[in-house]
Write a new protein. Sequence first.
Length: 452
Amino acid sequence: MAFESLTERLNGVFKKLRGKGKLNEADIKAAMREVRMALLEADVNYKVAKDFCAQVSERAMGQEVMESLTPAQQVVKIVNEELTNLMGGNEPKYLRLKNKGQTVLMMCGLQGNGKTTHAAKLGKYYRSQGRRPLLVACDIYRPAAIEQLKVVGEQAGVPVFTLGTEKPEIIAQKALAYAKDHGNDIVILDTAGRLQIDDQLMDELVRIKQAVEVDETLLVVDAMAGQEAVNVAKTFNEKVGISGVILTKTDGDTRGGAALSVLAVTGMPIYFQGTGEKLEDLEPFYPARMANRILGMGDVLSLIEKAQTLQNDKEAEAAAKRLMENKFDMNDLLAQFQQVKKMGGASALLAMMPGGNQIDADFLDEKALPRIEAIIYSMTPAERAKPDIINPKRKRRIAAGSGTTVEDVNKLLRQFEMMQKMMKKVKRNPKGFMRSLGSLGGRGGGFRGFGR
């Protein structure tokens, strides 16, 4: 889960504050020392961490906290607001796209940061919004770079313009002429990268910008690189001039330093974040939502938006209706598991749920999902619709057909029965549902260890 260690450290600080009732200046200073250490361990730029804690301290020692009935909650609120400000404010920043003519986006960055893949992701993203993007192969050095762009372009449903090993600035010029003739309104230039920053790389990017009018220069950086990613962004901005950042691998075990430092160090916003390996795993960067996730408050809006892109309104309405009528069966369970996989797995969902960081992702052992699916697929339509008709003889047949054991089948049926009970509690008592969630995760519940 992204930012997991930072989230744990910050929650530990807030827990101590909650235990104190009223707060004094010494409490706040001690808490800010711990917050600063947590930020530095997350690879946040030293000056950024120092200035952030100074700003939070100044506000926390004000009247709104000292005289509050819930001072610890007020401190959390201030930290949330300052984290949001640090990453760009409440609203996301959007690329400036022209309504007429061609918008030229130049992708740049070091080799291995996912520049080519994210060029295709960007193309797919804007194609889904009704635009007509064109990918342009300007990386003439890396072996198979042009072929890679063709492959990901085809997967994204976006055309690719190539001119072999012609000079990159000439490729860019001819690509723009091609886009005008063929009605492509967004031109995405996939440029060459290097293993490290050098003058040759920078000179080439400058020549491309001199040859064509580039509307947005987007630097692709690896979130897992932490402070090094920020240093790269600073150098690219000074030598080439960037207008924004695409942060990749935000779904990995990133320490969070890049997301929290990029804007403060370069003055340039993060426009998008890569959240996985698939071409659809690209999202606009919402500073407020990221702040919520870092503080363990979840990101329900992103979760809803992700679900909406994967499920049409009729499907969602039918699923909700079956749920409220207590008609949830094995077919529905199978559909939910498949939806979870599409949305990035259980750990990705927990990261977006309020308090999800408090739930052990192991209780939904993702390695168990293929075995569970195999068991359900081995059932007859009647058994999926009414699992209570499955007798010992049928259990042996299902186990044999799925390559599992009768014990595995029994465990799935028990968990399904528990889920049905939870669904009834949701209908009668939504608050009770949250308490029930704990029973799934503990005391031998859940899918932890399933089929082992």
